[in-house]
Write a protein that binds this ligand. Structure first.
Ligand code: SF4
Ligand code: FES
Length: 373
């Protein structure tokens, strides 16, 4: 393992966005507004080099994500390389594009874990949210193939106004699908999701009721399934420690090789992102201006600078601070101590209680799986 300067610890995880291509059109898509094309994607050998460098630096977990990573025909080769260099591999998938044989191929290549997204516990609603007819039924089959291949399964669901009344039912569905872990993550409102906020933002009452139900289910299902609950921070007093702190625990690599401290970092103007085509993972982690921009506490302003929680939440989410206050150096406005907190309330209340709220049509995210030759 490489020795790093000063007190800088090695990243624990690398999230590889293998492609932005995706068969689904989720209205809360967390991919950047400008998507990488297939022609821009890193090839198999470039990804292999990235994972070798990451493992040498001390990374433990490789999260293989997208878009839909199954859209890559070399997925098993990538998994096999990660396994060879000693990385724990987690496939983050919509399930679309996977078959029983392909899952077995991935398991044989050394895949350690699969994380399957579901959009709802109600089939018509799930298909509507995904913008893909038949997605719900397909995902049921994929879950069975994953557990049949003896791979541990996590189910993850993004919660918003269109499914929030069934947050508990989604947990129960995950149990029925044989998942050992379920991630109930309330929508983070930036990028594509922010543009869809009138359709996605729950009311405060809906959010409170869903939080209570999911927290109660943690006790009901203790020992049977782990419930990871990312609460809706628009309705919280304090922000989350986004990414476990900026450039503290992990890094994201885009399909075209840009190294980001978080998946939405490109929304922050003036940050310079280095590319794995030009720089090593160690160089990026240690010296990239974007990674060093919000490391530590020197960048913080008041009220964070003198706040005892600054080593707990690190001032919250930089991307949300930018989206709501116009400045990424501000405290995350979700924090009730932020001078911009009223903007959170305004966005949440207007979106959740506006005339069109809930009835607003989804704006689907579309990225063709195949591009014209
Ligand atoms: Fe966190 Fe800053 Fe709010 Fe303190 S003031 S709780 S550090 S966001
Ligand atoms: Fe970028 Fe939170 S999403 S810091």
């Amino acid at each position: 393992m490489t020795a790093l300067p000063g007190k800088l610890a090695a990243p624990v995880a690398l999230l590889a966005e293998l492609t932005h291509r995706c068969p689904l059109g989720c209205p809360y898509c967390s991919n950047p507004l400008a998507l990488d094309t297939r022609a821009d994607e890193l090839d198999t050998s470039e990804w292999a080099r990235v994972f070798s460098q990451a493992a040498a630096l001390g990374v433990l977990h490789a999260h293989l994500s997208g878009g839909e990573p199954a859209a890559r025909h070399d997925l098993a080769l990538i998994v096999a390389h990660c396994a060879k260099v000693g990385l724990y591999t987690n496939l983050i998938t919509s399930g679309i594009g996977l078959t029983r044989d392909r899952i077995k191929e991935l398991a044989d290549a050394g895949l350690d874990h699969a994380q399957l997204s579901i959009q709802d516990s109600d089939a018509p609603s799930a298909d509507r949210i995904a913008g893909y007819k038949g997605a719900f039924a397909r995902k049921q089959a994929v879950a069975e193939w994953i557990t049949h291949a003896c791979l541990p399964l996590t189910v993850n669901a993004v919660i918003h106004r269109a499914n929030i009344l069934r947050a508990g039912a989604i947990v129960r569905l995950a149990v029925a699908l044989g998942a050992r872990r379920v991630e109930i993550a309330h929508t983070q409102f930036y990028g594509w999701a922010f543009a869809n906020r009138a359709a996605l933002m729950p009311t405060a009452a809906q959010a409170e009721s869903a939080i209570a139900e999911v927290e109660a289910l943690k006790k009901t299902y203790a020992g049977l399934i782990v419930i990871d609950h990312v609460i809706p921070d628009y309705h919280a007093r304090y922000p989350k420690a986004c990414m476990g702190g900026w450039a503290k625990r992990g890094l994201n690599i885009t399909p075209s090789g840009k190294a980001l401290p978080c998946h939405a970092a490109e929304t922050i103007p003036d940050l310079v992102f280095w590319n794995v085509r030009d720089r090593s993972i160690e160089d990026i982690w240690t010296n990239s201006p974007a990674f060093n921009a919000f490391r530590g506490e020197d960048w913080m302003r008041e009220p964070c600078r003198s706040c005892p929680r600054k080593t707990i939440d690190y001032g919250g989410c930089r991307c949300q601070a930018l989206a709501l206050s116009g400045d990424a150096r501000e405290a995350d406005p979700v924090c009730h101590l932020s001078p911009h907190h009223n903007k959170v309330l305004k966005v949440a209340v207007l979106a959740a209680q506006g005339e069109d709220a809930g009835a607003a049509a989804f704006s689907y995210r579309r990225m063709p799986l195949r591009e014209p030759a």
